[in-house]
Each structure stands twice: as C-alpha cells, then as structure tokens.
Design a protein around this ligand. Structure first.
Ligand code: ATP
Length: 204
C-alpha cells in the first residue's frame, strides 16, 4: 500500500497545497488534477522522494519512504514531464541507459521490442535530437515496458502523444493495474483507463 498523510507543500512564499491524504492499494490509479501552477509536479516529486513535503508522511507498506531509501526506489518508476532523453544518444541507447540508471540492465533485443511496441521500429538508431517531440516522449515511456516496478509516477505522460500513442499508453497502464501495479499520474486530457479503483485528487 502507498499512502500519503496530511501532505503540504510551500514553494517560495506560496502555499501550493495542504492536508492532502490518500491511500493507494494494488491495482489503483490516482489522477492528480489541477490548473497550471497548482503544484502537481511538486507533489509528484515529493511522492518520489526527490523533495520533501513541508509537512506530512509518505509511506510504502506502512514504512516511511525516507526510512526505506533504496528499498522504496526499487519499487518506483518516475517519468517526469520533460522526457529526459539525451540528444546525442540514439533511441536505443537512451532506453538502455535510462533503464540501467534506474537499476535495470536490459538487452538490445528488449530495448528494440519496447521501442517497436511504442511505434518506433526503424527509428532505434536515430539520435534523439532528430526525433519529433512525440517520438521522444515515446522513447521515454518505452521504459515502462521493461521496468518491473510496482509504482509508476508519471507527470503528463500523454503530452505530445498522438491518438494512437495515447491508446497504446492507456492499454499499458491498464495492463499494469490489472497485474496489481499502481499508477499516479497527471494529465490535462481525459483518459479511459479501467482500474480496481480510481482516486481523483484535485489541487486548487
Ligand atoms: N523551487 C521553487 N521555488 C519557487 N517556486 C517554485 C519552486 N518549484 C515550483 N515553484 C512554483 O510552484 C508552482 C507549482 O509548480 P508545479 O510545477 O508543481 O505546478 P504544476 O501544477 O505541475 O503546473 P503545470 O500544470 O503547469 O505543469 C509554480 O508557480 C512554480 O513556479
């Protein structure tokens, strides 16, 4: 179980949010909604342990994530709103290296298969800088096909994707949830993903 209790966040002289609490069980999706600047990315980064909440506790299976350290990070895949692809590396290298940095080494074949699923067959050897925005996003998201983590935290995963890629992503999220995974995501789009339960978290 992934749980946030009474979370608050201040950035600069602004209180972004306070009194945020949720409980996420296996198979659950939490959509974080709110206008630009309401603190969605700030919340996701806090949930990943990349920054600290001004107040509150985040726990994984009833243990605070700060206490768990790497044990928590091994359960987590975070894909931020910037795709994070490196311009001079090929799509294949980007996927292999980002996976390795996240602690999972994958073969060329695994990377090729994941990129093909994301509609990038034939683009594997191109440097990321010549790919379109949507294709770069697909490269970043291909990591979800090869990671074995339970908790996915995704910031605007559908941004820049075309209709076909949005459908692929929705199917991938649904499969992960069916297998007992958990997803926390922001999106400004309507999504169609079936989950054991869905929490809508609204930031002001
Ligand atoms: N380190 C910081 N210092 C000062 N202000 C910050 C800092 N980090 C974030 N902010 C501010 O906090 C607010 C919330 O930012 P955040 O990126 O979390 O919003 P968001 O809801 O994800 O927005 P969007 O929908 O535009 O992506 C913004 O006004 C941002 O400028």
């Amino acid at each position: 179980m992934f749980q946030g209790t009474n979370l608050a966040c201040v950035r600069g002289d602004r209180k972004l949010f306070e009194s945020i609490s949720f409980k996420l069980e296996a198979g659950c999706l939490m959509q974080v909604n709110g206008p630009n600047g309401s603190g969605k990315t700030s919340l996701l980064r806090i949930l990943c342990g990349l920054s600290s909440p001004g107040m509150g506790i985040i726990s994984w299976n009833d243990v605070a994530i700060g206490t768990l350290g790497n044990e928590y990070f091994r359960e987590l895949t975070y894909i931020g709103h910037l795709s994070g692809t490196k311009d001079d590396l090929t799509a294949l290298e980007n996927l292999r290296i980002s996976s390795a940095l996240a602690g999972q080494k994958i073969s060329d074949k695994q990377a090729q298969d994941a990129l093909a699923y994301m509609g990038l067959r034939g683009r594997e050897s191109l440097p990321a800088k010549v790919l379109s925005q949507g294709q770069r996003r697909r490269v970043a998201l291909a990591r979800l096909l090869v990671c074995k983590t339970k908790l996915w935290i995704l910031d605007e995963p559908l941004a820049a994707l075309d209709v076909g890629a949005v459908k692929l992503m929705q199917a991938l999220l649904e499969q992960h949830l069916k297998q007992g995974g958990m997803v926390i995501m922001t999106t400004h789009q309507d999504i169609d993903v079936t989950a054991a339960s869905t929490i809508q978290l609204q930031l002001a």
